[in-house]
Write a new protein. Structure first.
Length: 374
C-alpha cells in the first residue's frame, strides 16, 4: 500500500504545543537550534541500528529507515532555505514534495549506515547555519509556495518540531533519551550541582524537622547524592534511588546504598513503609499523563500525615534543553499551579506549602510540600 501524502498544514505548531510529541516551539530561540538539532542525531543513529529498521508498523506508515531518510532530507531542504533567507530579501522557497522524494530516492532500499552518516552531516550543516544567525538576521523572512511566511527564528522552530515529531513517530521515548543523557554525563551533573542553594536547604531542614529524627525517607531522583547528605545531616534515614544507572553507580562508589528505581513501574515498598518522599527536580521529566500515577504510587508507600516534597518547572507545555548543568538533550514537562494542585489532591496529597523559587538560570519553579491524607 502506498503512503498517503501528508497535505496537512503544520504551521499551527508555531502557536501552540503539539499534542502528539509534546513539542512547544515558542520555548526555543534560534540560539538553541544548533545544539538541539545536533543532539537528535545520536537518537537517530540508535534508530538506524535497530533490528526492525526496515519494517513498517503497518502498510500505510513509513518504517524507521524511511523516516530517517526523510529527516536527512528535511535538514538539507531547511539548510537551503535558511541560506536563502540570510542571503536574499524575502525569498520564495522552491516547492518540495516530500512524498515524491521518498519514492524517487527509494527510501525503503537505503543503506541504514549510509543514511546515518548523511543525516549527521546534514544536521551539522544546517546547525552551522543557525549558529551564524544574529539578533539582526533572526527576523529575516522567506515564504513557502503555499503562502506561509516565516522568519529565520520561526522556520527554525518549525524545523526542530519536524525532527522531534518524527522521533515520536518511530517510538522515540523522551524519558529514555533524558536518562541516556544523564547516564552519559552523570559525573558532570553531580559536580555542577554539588552545592545546594539556601532556599532548598531551608526547605530540606524544615522537612526533616517536621518528620523528626530517624524518620524514613524515600528519595526519588537522588542523582549525585547532594540532597540525601543534607537530609541525613538533619537526622533522617534516606533510601537513595534513581532511574539513571550511572547515578546509582556513583552513589555506590561513594559508599552509599542505592538502587535503580522507576517510580512509574517498579515496586516502591510496602504501604505506609516510609514517613516521607523527597522528589526534588526529578518528576519534571515524567510525562504529564503519567504524573498522577506516580504521585498516587508514592502516596501508597507513605504513612498517613507523612510528607512529600516535589519541585517542577513552572510554565506551559514541554521543552527540550541542552543547557544548564549538562549540555545534553533533556526533556522537561512544565506545570501550572492549579493543574498541579488538582493532580496532587486526586493522588491523595494535601498541599501545605507552595512557593515559587527562581532557578539558577532565572527559570520559574514550583516547590510543593504536601502531606499524605488519612
Amino acid at each position: 500500500m502506498a503512503i498517503e501524502p501528508d497535505t496537512k498544514d503544520w504551521t499551527w505548531v508555531l502557536e501552540r504545543s503539539c499534542p502528539d510529541c509534546g513539542f512547544t516551539s515558542a520555548a526555543h530561540g534560534v540560539a538553541d537550534l544548533p545544539d538541539l538539532l545536533r543532539s537528535t542525531t545520536a537518537t537517530w543513529s540508535r534508530v538506524l541500528r535497530g533490528p526492525d529498521v526496515r519494517e513498517r508498523p503497518d502498510p500505510s506508515t513509513w518504517s524507521p529507515l524511511e523516516y530517517a531518510c526523510h529527516v536527512r532530507d528535511v535538514h538539507r531542504v531547511f539548510a537551503e532555505r535558511v541560506a536563502l533567507m540570510l542571503a536574499q530579501d524575502a525569498p520564495a522557497f522552491a516547492g518540495w514534495d516530500q512524498d515524491a522524494t521518498a519514492l524517487e530516492s527509494d527510501y525503503a532500499a537505503a543503506d541504514p549506515a549510509e543514511v546515518d552518516v548523511d543525516l549527521i552531516e546534514a544536521a551539522g550543516t544546517v546547525a552551522g547555519l543557525y549558529a551564524t544567525v544574529t539578533d539582526e538576521t533572526a527576523g529575516r523572512t522567506g515564504s513557502r509556495s503555499d503562502g506561509s511566511r516565516f522568519t529565520v527564528t520561526t522556520l527554525g522552530r518549525y524545523h526542530l518540531h519536524d525532527v522531534v515529531h518524527h522521533l515520536h513517530d518511530v517510538g522515540h521515548d523522551p524519558c529514555s533519551v533524558t536518562i541516556r543523557s544523564y547516564d552519559a554525563h552523570a559525573a558532570a551533573y553531580r559536580d555542577a550541582s554539588a552545592v545546594m542553594g539556601e532556599p532548598l536547604r531551608a526547605t530540606a531542614e524544615a522537612f526533616a524537622q517536621r518528620l523528626g529524627a530517624g524518620a524514613r525517607v524515600l528519595e526519588i531522583g537522588s542523582a549525585g547524592g547532594r540532597d540525601a547528605l543534607v537530609l541525613e545531616a538533619a537526622g533522617l534515614r534516606v533510601r537513595r534511588t534513581d532511574i539513571t544507572p550511572a547515578f546509582v553507580g556513583l552513589l555506590r562508589a561513594s559508599g552509599h546504598e542505592a538502587e535503580v528505581l522507576d517510580p512509574l513501574h517498579d515496586d516502591l515498598g510496602e504501604p505506609g513503609s516510609v514517613d516521607g518522599v523527597w522528589a526534588s527536580a526529578c518528576l519534571l521529566h515524567v510525562d504529564r499523563a503519567d504524573l498522577p500515577t506516580v504521585l498516587s504510587r508514592l502516596a501508597e508507600v507513605v504513612r498517613p500525615e507523612g510528607l512529600l516534597h516535589v519541585s517542577l518547572k513552572e510554565g506551559d507545555g514541554e521543552v527540550w534543553s541542552t543547557h544548564g548543568s549538562i549540555r545534553a538533550p533533556r526533556h522537561f514537562v512544565r506545570w501550572r499551579e492549579e493543574p498541579l494542585r488538582t493532580v496532587l489532591d486526586t493522588a491523595g496529597w494535601q498541599v501545605e506549602a507552595l512557593t515559587r523559587p527562581t532557578g539558577r538560570t532565572g527559570e520559574p519553579w514550583i516547590d510543593v510540600v504536601a502531606s499524605r491524607r488519612r
